[in-house]
Design a protein around this ligand. Structure first.
Ligand SMILES: [Zn+2]
Length: 93
């Protein structure tokens, strides 16, 4: 929604679900909430800044966190690492 950086590709893994999956978000990027729709208790993940829905968090992910951030690829823009670094550290010389 607002373009906030949410995840680094260094925490991306192949979950086999077809969804972009990560085992950890960037610091202070993602907020979580309980979601009881569909009769299930899930953890809903959204952008900490604009509240845009991103996906859900499950506890069957890989090490080291054991978490699986199952994200909606349509909700995200994917930026090449070089550009990502430039955006994150604008004053780097
Ligand atoms: Zn946002």
């Amino acid at each position: 929604g607002c373009g906030l950086e949410l995840f680094s590709s260094s925490t991306k893994f192949d979950s086999g679900t077809g969804w972009p999956s990560f085992w950890a978000p960037l610091h202070n990027a993602v907020a979580e909430d309980r979601d009881t729709t569909l009769g299930m208790l899930r953890v809903e993940a959204h952008c900490r800044r604009c509240g845009g829905h991103l996906g859900h968090v499950f506890d069957d992910g890989p090490r080291p966190t054991g978490l699986r951030y199952c994200m909606n690829g349509v909700a995200m823009n994917f930026v090449a690492a070089e550009e990502e670094t430039r955006v994150r550290i604008p004053n780097r010389t």
